[in-house]
Design a protein around this ligand. Structure first.
Ligand code: KIV
Length: 282
């Protein structure tokens, strides 16, 4: 089957068929997402936290994200691959933003890049990247790269000022040429207003019903440790399963129960004798 296209994603929205997006950061994660039949895979800068162990998304670099993105691309056949741009790699100028986006397309084979924010400067970056021929996914609401400026990792659109700003940002992102918009941590009533306002698909995360949904892979698999956001739903216990499997292996090694004869290779008696004969004191 061929890779999903932007017109097909638009058709999904028009037909009311939910678009399924999940993050992935490596080949096995991408293969699992592909086999599960998701429509879009996001190489999220959340990888900074869930696979690189940072405490926020801002530390990750383009070079690091590219390593993850290349593996994800190799692991997908039909899913549409979107790559986050790293914080600090599009902020300076439109030219810098285009150079960054081009790297994801040329080096990792990304189908699109995702940019956070809806300020006039961010809209200018989106316009520039789209003008360079690279599809863009916008991201408004809770934007983790600039969470400090938002007062922390908190829901957006709950006050008159914030809800009004979100509508302006959503319209701005669409007008700038983004073909899709991620809306994070926003009350579902406000998401409903955004859906009325926009023609492009809205992918929600903590934003109630939308044209599609996205979750962080490690959250949905149950690998993430400690606090997770209110909107996270875990569909597995893979973190506990991983620990249990490694603990079982460790116990068998310590008890000399692994490896067994079935895990080894056979040598001829002559080879064993020759090896003994080669010992210094033989
Ligand atoms: O980086 C990420 O995983 C994201 C999703 C939460 C949308 O941006």
């Amino acid at each position: 089957m061929a890779r999903i296209t932007i017109p097909q994603l638009r058709d999904r929205r028009a037909a009311g068929d939910a678009i399924v997006m999940v993050t992935a950061y490596d080949y096995p994660g991408a293969r699992a997402a592909e086999r599960a039949g998701v429509d879009m895979v996001l190489v999220g800068d959340s990888g900074a936290q869930v696979v690189l162990g940072h405490d926020s998304t801002v530390a990750v670099t383009t070079d690091e994200l590219l390593v993850l993105a290349k593996a994800v691309r190799r692991g997908t056949d039909t899913a549409f691959v979107v790559c986050d741009v790293a914080f600090g790699t599009t902020e300076t100028s439109d030219a810098q933003a285009v150079d960054t986006a081009v790297r994801f397309v040329k080096e990792a084979g990304a189908d699109a890049v995702k940019l956070e924010g809806g300020s006039e400067a961010r809209l200018s970056r989106i316009r520039a990247i789209v003008a360079a021929g690279i599809p863009v996914v916008g991201h408004i609401g809770l934007t983790p790269q600039t969470a400090t400026a938002l007062g922390g990792l908190r829901a957006q659109g709950r006050t008159v000022e914030s809800a009004t700003r979100l509508v302006a940002e959503a319209l701005g992102v669409q007008a700038a040429g983004a073909f899709c918009l991620v809306v994070e941590a926003v009350p579902s009533e406000i998401t409903a207003v955004l859906r009325e306002a926009l023609d492009i698909p809205i992918i929600g995360i903590g934003a109630g019903p939308a044209d599609g949904q996205v979750l962080v892979l490690h959250d949905l698999l149950g690998i993430t440790e400690g606090h997770t956001a209110k909107f996270v739903k875990s569909y597995g216990t893979i973190g506990a399963d991983m620990t249990a499997a490694i603990a079982a292996y460790a116990a068998e090694v310590r008890a000399a129960a692994f490896p067994g004869p079935e895990h080894g290779y056979a040598a001829t008696p002559e080879a064993v004798a020759a090896a003994r004969a080669a010992l210094p004191n033989a």
